[in-house]
Ligand binder design. Structure first.
Ligand code: GDP
Ligand code: MG
Length: 457
């Protein structure tokens, strides 16, 4: 799919003359890629309309070389930029990304407060699993988390939640005897609130279909516990059905955010675009596996790349080469002077995250490649932890000598508190950083060629 897009762009580059016909081909190829990724036909139509609207060739000012208009179409890049002076930076990617724009801002839990988060969704969508994942996500960041199981519909639902919660070391509440889910929800939330739990997650039951009884129960629970955030969980493998599903939920409860699950499978997740469009609520996380650490913060750019089938590592690395050449040159120049700051490391890590392939990249990083081999998700989580830590640092800490942090436990504690991670992570970060810095110091001593090339040894 991604290659069909690339082919279309190559066609344009080869074409002697750019006209509406060749644009139609481009648009048709984009359409194919999107439909193949389960983006709803309605959204694809809208998108095509938007692109056409912005590329009305016949209305370009006289004298404009149409070929130049599209010469910026670069297939090796993420961006399919089509630029003229008048139409700066209109990109196909941007159009797709804008479909993911929600009207709401995601709820952000507050410290020192009981944040009640209710989960809704169809049976099998991954609610119970995702409840544990989210609980775990907050617990490892130092929040006090409680799970409430009010799925009285499915036999064994409480056992499932209990087992999950024990594994993830999260407090939980349920009742094997009580049959009224509203009572359980109320009681669980009340208890956790009394104990000053900060994240209270309420798991509800789902039915196979969007049945009236499911919605009534859901409404009553919502009414009773008054959640601060209501998260709709959708299964990415449900593809085109997600639009109607999301719409049905939105009508009955105040869906404030969306989590898309099972993106570790074949589904490209295009249907989730429709879920966002239907609920006007942002996607906050994605589920990428059955384990409780397999939850990732949602990243629009990466999601769009996935939809367009641009996940292929080789292409991504190629893109990086082209896009980041200047940055890399600067990095190299600094390293040759023996400089490698935490800030530089942060930028590199951010690039790695953007590229979307972690395990293989991690294998290339000194200090990380001798850690036990871990899953892509675990590697990614590790990088993300490093990034949140570095985000909590001051400019002085990012740009200064590592000893500033290494020798100062109070500073380490402050940074980790801000990042919401355990103090061990910062020690690990220092451990990872040092080989880089050492490498740069050695580089300083190396004789570089006249043009600055690396010495061959
Ligand atoms: P619920 O009925 O909505 O509570 O759904 P469950 O949490 O019980 O999940 C249904 C099935 O989907 C279980 O087998 C989960 O292990 C699986 N599941 C949930 N999330 C993911 C995910 O992100 N990836 C994969 N591969 N499986 C998932
Ligand atoms: Mg469940």
């Amino acid at each position: 799919l991604g290659s069909s897009l690339a082919n279309a762009l190559a066609k344009i580059n080869r074409a002697p003359k750019i006209d509406d016909k060749i644009l139609q081909i481009l648009i048709a190829d984009i359409e194919r890629a999107l439909l193949g990724a389960d983006v709803s036909t309605k959204l694809v139509e809208k998108l095509k309309g938007n692109i056409r609207e912005k590329l009305r060739l016949s209305e370009l000012p006289a004298g404009v070389d149409v070929k130049r208009v599209i010469e910026k179409v670069e297939c090796a890049q993420y961006k399919v930029a089509i630029q003229t002076k008048k139409q700066k930076g209109i990109t196909v990617i941007k159009e797709i990304t804008s479909l993911l724009d929600s009207e709401r801002v995601a709820y952000v839990p507050r410290r020192g407060k009981s944040n009640v988060i209710m989960f809704v969704g169809l049976q099998g969508s991954g609610k119970t699993t995702t409840c544990t994942k989210l609980g775990y996500y907050y617990r490892v960041r130092g929040w006090k988390v409680g799970l409430v199981c009010c799925d009285t519909f499915r036999a064994g639902a409480f056992d499932q939640l209990e087992q999950n919660a024990i594994k993830a070391k999260i407090h939980f509440y349920g009742d094997r005897v009580e049959t009224d889910p509203v009572k359980i929800a109320l009681e669980g939330v009340k208890r956790f609130k009394e104990k000053k739990f900060e994240i209270i997650i309420v798991d509800t039951s789902g039915r196979h279909k969007q049945e009236e009884s499911l919605f009534e129960e859901m409404e009553m629970i919502a009414h009773a516990v008054k959640p601060d955030d209501t998260i709709l969980v959708v299964d990415s493998t449900n593809g085109q059905q997600l639009e109607a599903q999301a719409e049905a939920f939105r009508k009955r409860v105040d869906v404030a955010s969306v989590i898309v699950t099972k993106l570790d499978g074949h589904a490209k997740g295009g249907g989730a675009l429709s879920a966002v469009a239907a609920t006007k609520a942002p996607i906050v996380f994605i589920g990428v596996g059955e384990h409780f650490n397999e939850l990732q913060k949602f990243d629009t750019q990466r999601f769009v790349n996935r939809i367009l089938g641009r996940g292929d590592i080789a292409t991504i690395v190629e893109d990086m080469k082209e896009q980041k050449l200047d940055d890399q040159k600067e990095l190299l120049e600094k390293m040759k002077k023996g400089i490698f700051t935490l800030r530089m490391m942060r930028d590199q890590f951010q690039n790695i995250l953007k590229m979307g392939s972690f395990g293989s990249m991690m294998q290339m990083i000194p200090g990380l490649n001798n850690l036990p081999k871990e899953s892509e998700e675990a590697s990614q989580q590790r990088l993300q932890n490093f990034l949140v830590i570095m985000d909590s640092m001051t400019a002085e800490e990012l740009d200064g000598d590592i000893s500033l942090i290494e020798t100062n436990p109070a500073r380490q504690r402050r940074i980790c508190r801000g990042a919401g991670v355990h103090i061990n992570f910062i020690r690990e970060l220092v451990m990872v950083y040092k080989p880089f810095a050492g490498f740069a110091k050695n580089m300083k001593k190396m004789p570089f060629g006249k043009n600055g090339e690396m010495p061959k040894n």
